[in-house]
Design a protein. Structure first.
Length: 544
């Protein structure tokens, strides 16, 4: 049960007064700290890990890699930084992304503003003082005018409570909390539970090591080839010669990022079968998310979507030699209603003699024991277990906090039916609290670095406006919040995203309210809306 803030261990020293307290030292927290300092604000970051990097500190499973091209999945706020950093691959791997985060922290002298190994436990808004009182797990407290949650939309691992899991005698790994020391599966019988994005990346690597690999799949995943390769120096030089305009063009794209081929403004239904096949094949060869831009209605028309889905299923059948396995690996839901995976040899892996696939969609995992697990009336023995079961996305981290707004309103009560918010940035009842890349924003469908920079810049301009006008607080109104929630729902209804269960809806977490959390409106429209709100004196917010 959540305890009131008064029950906390008293701090050893008086609470330190801040302008801005930031939770998380991933890409969002680092830029927010840099931005705050550039404004002359007294800012501090609390980070539970011993290092910067956020998701790229924790997600170090075999094959962990970004699915946005490196030249775009990077900060744009400093031209010298853009020019000096050299990416080695088209899609950067986790080690390189973590090196980049550390380089940014050192280059801009940010480490002295970060308290590592410090986990935020709770915060309460002091209405009389117009401040947040923030408490760490060790009892330390700080007072701050503004509280910025930069904990990220994918930061709380989903750990299913399988019966008997604690009885398993071998090591248990989770892709979102991988050990820092090397893990060697050589000669072992390994089980992987899950076939989402992390599993699609990890399975080909684990299969190369393991003596036997058994993959337990509940829902098949669509995966497009990454076509990853060393970064072409000529391509890098062309981008860097005009980086500003490259970034500007990408911000006008629906997802805030571009591809080697521009989106096709034609409906799939208007093309001939031969034209569709050629368009799909061209983008399949380019790799990554390019295939979703083959026609303009693949994510809005179920009929058009079905044509692309069958094209990908054809690729699976043409890759996996065993027909029964290929059928199990072929998804039946709409493509894109769950995040499209970007892979390097995923389907080919199931042609290996040491890899087998077990379908648990109709016969779920019943229980674990010391030697393995039971499903479908059969026992599967293995030596090591990998849980690739994803995240409690977008709300999981905040809902684990003792976060209380006006009149002691807890975030658990506020979000009991789903994550109500305005613009994805503010929450009625929680003054001076901002959320970066959370529910209600386009972050899940946008190059997240673009989403982060946009949010940080908007928050910084908002704080500057508040200070210039002599206000103490800013708070979303309940009316604006309700209208925004309906706007998010309406945007989702115009797409195929509601046609299947996904983490976008919270469907991967038992008991989690079903609410479509990210905004599917496209980054340019969202950014324009946020700019209009600010231009109109922060319409939908109350400033006092």
């Amino acid at each position: 049960m959540l305890q009131p803030m008064s029950a906390a261990k008293p701090p050893a020293a008086p609470a330190r007064a801040l302008d801005l307290l930031i939770v998380g030292a991933g890409f969002g927290g680092l830029y927010m700290l840099h931005k705050a300092r550039s404004m002359g604000l007294q800012a501090l970051v609390l980070e539970a890990a011993p290092s910067v990097g956020g998701t790229w500190y924790h997600n170090r499973y075999p094959g962990a890699r970004v699915d946005i091209q490196s030249m775009e999945y990077s900060y744009s706020f400093d031209e010298a930084l853009q020019q000096e950093w050299r990416w080695t691959e088209r899609y950067a791997g986790q080690p390189e992304l973590l090196r980049y985060a550390n380089h940014v922290a050192d280059r801009f002298g940010l480490r002295d503003g970060i308290l590592f190994d410090t986990r935020m436990q709770g915060a309460a808004f002091d209405e009389a003082a117009q401040q947040w009182v923030v408490r760490a797990a060790d009892g330390r407290q700080w007072r701050t005018r503004f509280l910025v949650m930069a904990s990220g939309p994918l930061s709380s691992p989903n750990r299913p409570d399988f019966p008997g899991l604690r009885d398993f005698a071998g090591p248990v790994f989770h892709t979102a909390d991988w050990p820092h020391e090397p893990v060697d599966f050589s000669g072992q019988r390994v089980a992987v539970v899950g076939t989402g994005s992390s599993a699609v990346q990890a399975i080909p690597i684990i299969a190369q090591q393991a003596g036997e690999l058994t993959v337990f799949q509940r829902t098949a995943a669509y995966a497009a080839p990454a076509r990853n390769a060393p970064l072409d120096p000529d391509f890098e030089a062309r981008i860097k010669a005009d980086y500003a305009n490259f970034r500007a063009r990408n911000r006008r794209m629906h997802g805030g990022f571009g591809n080697l081929l521009p989106p096709n403004p034609v409906s799939a239904l208007a093309a001939t079968p031969a034209q569709r096949e050629a368009a799909f094949e061209e983008r399949w060869q380019v790799g990554g998310f390019a295939i979703l831009g083959a026609f303009n209605d693949l994510l809005t028309s179920l009929e058009s979507n079905a044509l692309l889905a069958e094209f990908v299923r054809g690729k699976i059948r043409g890759t996996v030699s065993d027909a029964a396995t290929a059928a199990l690996l072929s998804p039946t839901h709409t493509i894109g209603c769950k995040r499209l995976c970007v892979d390097s040899g995923y389907y080919e892996t199931f042609n290996r003699p040491n890899v087998r696939l077990v379908d648990v969609s109709q016969r779920p995992i019943e229980r674990f024991d010391a030697r393995g697990l039971h499903t479908g009336g059969r026992h599967h023995d293995f030596d090591a277990l990998v849980l690739a079961t994803g995240f409690d996305a977008m709300t999981g981290t905040m809902l684990r906090l003792d976060l209380r707004g006006r009149a002691g309103l807890s975030i658990q009560d506020k979000w009991r039916a789903g994550p109500l918010n305005y613009l994805g940035l503010g929450i009625a009842g929680f003054p001076n609290l901002f959320n970066i890349a959370g529910p209600g924003s386009t972050s899940a469908f946008t190059n997240v670095i673009v989403a982060i920079e946009h949010h940080v810049d908007w928050i910084a301009e908002c704080i500057a406006h508040i200070d210039a006008q002599g206000h103490g607080t800013i708070e979303a109104t309940e009316a604006a919040e309700a209208a925004w929630t309906e706007h998010v729902n309406a945007a989702a209804r115009r797409t195929v995203f509601l046609s299947c269960n996904s983490w976008y809806l919270g469907a991967n977490i038992p008991g989690k309210p079903r609410m479509f959390m990210p905004l599917a409106d496209g980054f340019p429209r969202y950014a324009d809306h946020c700019a209009t709100v600010a231009r109109k004196g922060y319409e939908g917010f109350v400033l006092q």
